[in-house]
Design a protein around this ligand. Structure first.
Ligand code: KG4
Ligand code: ZN
Length: 352
């Protein structure tokens, strides 16, 4: 009997130091997560109101070894028994990426392990494809494709068409700010703590989404691109012209109106792609996929069309190493070969 192949994945693209151990699974078996450790730097960066790249890199240097050790220990594996290493190569913040990449390369050299460099966005894309009893994850690869995948994070907003588990193409992406970035910037305007997404969505739950009508940029454009910079500016102008009024009471309505505009554009374009490509499923991933209202609206739309909807649990939406391991597992299953560690460089602008 073949022994299960074990993968150790490392992620440091932004402000989370993360490591995970996964069992790859055979040809038609989904990978299984054995451990996943995330050390968040939220406390550090909230003092500055956003991620400071050099501070993030210093924190990664401090935490990377204990985080990797903890992931191995919780999975009950020694580095010597791991079959593959996987590491986020990009996109992300260069100083942050370099810590993970150089650490993984040192492990590959010292322990003589093959290493797979992984695109962070591929991690988000494959994040629903793991073994679990939860309905929100894909348990069976049959009859889920074609799938339209909406990836919404702090740095990216993209629609991807997955023809099968191997072949995908980007249908469109943001031409300016990412959805998560817009959430963070609106939060800053409202003097809410970093990271802004969860704060805006908490306040939005108390507000009236129809009280203030914000624009829906590119809602009717014929392509699958997005733009959130104008929406952010509309919020800024609204706040400036209402400064003298009771702005505090307005905060929740501003959040609700802004969130409704973002969700309207994201969901409308996703469902349009579903129709055009005859998709059998929709998946939602990336940090903004933690947003309760977005999860619910997209799920309701999929129900109406009687198609599958997959969204990972919240802890797998924001950055983690489990998703990097999942992407690496599928890269290997799909025939990708490991890369010599000397040839791997962090790439902050890596594209999908
Ligand atoms: O995927 P992620 O952890 O990091 C990147 O790859 O960028 O996404 C982080 C983004 C941040 O902009 C954060 O504000 C946003 O995800 N976010 C949310 C929520 N939770 C996190 N946005 C809206 N609603 C949320 N509940
Ligand atoms: Zn991410």
């Amino acid at each position: 009997m073949n022994k299960a192949k074990i993968l150790l994945a490392i992620e440091t693209s932004c402000d989370e130091t993360a490591a995970a151990v996964l069992e790859m699974g055979g040809k038609n078996v989904l990978p299984k997560t054995l451990s996943s450790v995330v050390k968040s730097q939220i406390k550090l960066h909230s003092k500055m109101g956003g991620v400071v790249p050099e501070a993030a890199a210093r924190a990664h240097v401090k935490y990377i070894r204990p985080v990797v050790e903890k992931a191995l220990l919780s999975a009950n594996y020694k580095l010597s028994s791991v079959n593959y290493l996987a590491v986020t190569q990009g996109p992300g913040l260069l100083p942050s990426l370099m810590v993970g990449v150089e650490f993984a390369k040192a492990l590959a050299f010292a322990a003589k392990k093959p290493i797979i460099p992984v695109n962070h966005m591929l991690g988000h894309l494959y994040s629903p494809f793991n073994q679990s009893n939860s309905k929100s994850k894909i348990l069976n690869l049959k009859s889920v494709f074609p799938m339209v995948s909406l990836i919404v994070s702090g740095g990216h907003t993209m629609l991807v068409l997955m023809e099968n588990i191997k072949d995908y193409r980007v249908l469109g992406q943001t031409v300016d700010d990412a959805a998560g970035e817009a959430f963070d910037k609106v939060a800053k305007m409202l003097k809410l703590p970093y990271p802004g997404g969860p704060e805006v969505s908490k306040l939005a739950a108390k507000g009236n989404p129809r009280a203030i009508e914000f624009p829906r940029p590119m809602l009717h454009s014929k392509d699958y691109n997005f733009s959130f910079s104008g929406l952010k500016t509309a919020v800024l102008y609204f706040l400036q012209s209402n400064l003298k009024s009771e702005i505090l009471n307005l905060k929740s309505d501003v959040c609700a109106g802004f969130q409704a505009a973002v969700i309207d554009v994201l969901v409308t374009k996703t469902m349009r792609a579903v129709k055009q490509f005859g998709a059998k499923s929709v998946s939602l991933s990336g940090g903004v996929a933690a947003n309760t209202e977005l999860r619910k609206t997209l799920s309701d739309n999929c129900k109406l069309k009687s198609i599958n909807f997959f969204v990972p649990p919240v802890k797998l939406c924001t950055d983690n190493a489990e998703m990097i391991g999942l992407a690496a597992a599928f890269m290997l299953k799909n025939g990708k070969k490991p890369v010599a560690y000397q040839k791997i460089e962090a790439n902050p602008n890596l594209t999908l």
